[in-house]
Design a protein around this ligand. Structure first.
Ligand SMILES: C[S@@+](CC[C@H](N)C(=O)[O-])C[C@H]1O[C@@H](n2cnc3c(N)ncnc32)[C@H](O)[C@@H]1O
Length: 249
């Protein structure tokens, strides 16, 4: 009888140990996959950053990228487009390192201007100082644009007071990297109704953080409301989308 109990206990112990070993095995594999993926993402950002320094021929270091700032892969997409297609009028929702990169592209192109809407006066001042330090102040204007509640369809949400944008101008390139997601559920949706009607034919819109639910919701609404914009996703770490404005002939 005792033998039977001892054998059962031993079997139970073996099953428990096997279960734990299997759990650890799966954990080690998951850890290995995460590490490989993390290294790949990091390597891609380093390549993009190096590419940016080469394409922009910078003599001063850029401020920190990633986190609140745009990531190198997204900045590289912006620079590649701005240098290839030479947009004359670039509008940006939120300022920072992206303003600096775009202003440098305008300088290299020898034409064009960036208009950057910034709701926070502290960051507006910071970006202006950055532009001055890099000798780029003539190529970009940081516009103080407080977020004010505005009506979009049946609902209201905060959006930049874009009254300071030069009236009547046609936008060739639009970069949407603000306002922050804490402002509203689909904080960047209003860029559609407010700014898409001002796009020139063939203009390109870039949306950062397109992997987040709020930005995905904005993209879905834009697809329904602005079918003349063709959307493609960009392989950027935070998710990004590029929308080409192709008005019906
Ligand atoms: C996603 S950030 C914009 C980043 C900008 N496009 C760039 O490339 O640097 C959106 C807004 O967050 C604010 N912001 C920027 N850095 C921040 C920080 N470290 N902490 C809190 N807010 C920040 C600024 O007002 C900015 O307009």
């Amino acid at each position: 009888m005792m033998d039977g109990v001892a054998i059962a206990a031993l079997l139970l112990l073996c099953a428990y140990i096997l279960h734990k070993v299997r759990h650890m095995h799966l954990l080690v594999h998951a850890l290995r996959d995460d590490t490989r993926q993390g290294q790949a993402v990091l390597f891609r950002q380093l390549e993009a950053l190096q590419g940016l320094y080469i394409s922009l021929g910078l003599r001063r270091a850029l401020p920190w990228t990633r986190g609140w700032a745009a990531s190198p892969d997204f900045l590289q997409e912006l620079a590649a487009h701005a240098l290839d297609e030479k947009p004359r009028c670039v509008v940006e929702c939120s300022s920072g390192i992206s303003t600096l990169v775009l202003a440098r592209c305008m300088q290299l192109n020898g034409a064009g201007k960036v208009y950057s809407l910034e709701h926070d006066p502290v960051y507006a001042r910071r970006t202006r100082r950055l532009l001055e330090q890099h000798g780029l102040a003539a190529w970009a204007a940081v516009i103080d644009a407080p977020l004010t509640p505005q009506c979009f369809g049946a609902s209201s949400q905060p959006w930049y007071d874009s009254a300071a944008l030069p009236p009547g101008m046609a936008i060739d390139m639009l970069v949407i990297d603000g306002p922050p997601q804490s402002v509203a559920e689909a904080a960047r949706y209003p860029a559609g109704p407010v700014l898409f009607p001002r796009l020139s034919a063939g203009a390109m819109v870039f949306l950062d953080d397109a992997g987040r639910p709020g930005e995905r919701a904005a993209l879905e609404r834009w697809a329904r409301e602005f079918p003349e914009l063709e959307c493609a996703s960009l392989p950027c770490e935070k998710g990004a989308a590029a929308l080409r404005y192709k008005p019906a002939a």
